[in-house]
Design a binder for this molecule. Sequence first.
Ligand SMILES: O=C1O[C@H](COP(=O)(O)O)[C@@H](O)[C@H](O)[C@H]1O
Length: 231
Amino acid sequence: MNLHEYPSAEALDQALASAVSEQLQQDIDNNGVASMAVSGGSTPKGLFARLSKMDLAWEKVIVTLVDERWVNPEHADSNEKLVRDCLLQNCAVAAQLIGLKNGHSSAEQGVTELHSVLQQLPEKFSVVVLGMGGDGHTASFFPQSPQLAAAVDMNTEYSCCATNPVTAPHERMTLTLPRILSTKSLFLHITGAQKKQIFEQACQAGPLTEYPVRSVIDQSIVDLDVYWTHA
Ligand SMILES: O=C1O[C@H](COP(=O)(O)O)[C@@H](O)[C@H](O)[C@H]1O
């Protein structure tokens, strides 16, 4: 694991946007296509604004989400709406978006259809950018969620899993842990002193159910790059 610390959110966003676009560019050059799974919530807004202005062949980039709240894409809490409003702008308007929300009335019912849609993606993402909540969740791997074990099962054949968070609103759809770890670059984006404290606690030995972010810290499949600022 590599820890990259910055004095401000702006400095972090700039550095992370450069690291992400470098990997995307490399995959465009080598394979003619790049793919990226991003998180929602409030943390990535500045990163998305910077990324959207990066000079890349965005028409060759497929963007999807790490997780989604089971609300319509017009809903203020939709992660897809955030990506459309903040990332798929400027140069990045040409990117292709694969959203996680489909027409089923519950995420649980939507899993099979979404799983087959996600099969269109390259086996390995170019980039995955994770966030972390103040309760130590990442993606939609929530503490106390009855579906946490299924979502982090490294033997699952599914790319996605429906979860019910106890500590947050809305039923969720999340990429499963093996799908998330199938990436060339894995970034964890953390802002604020309180989240840093949770992250440091999560780095100590303890159960995954306490801080599900441990699922990406305690693994040796892909190097984790943590981008952090106290601001
Ligand atoms: O609900 C979610 O929360 C986390 C963290 O969000 P933030 O608002 O604290 O940045 C996010 O990574 C995840 O994608 C989202 O669905």
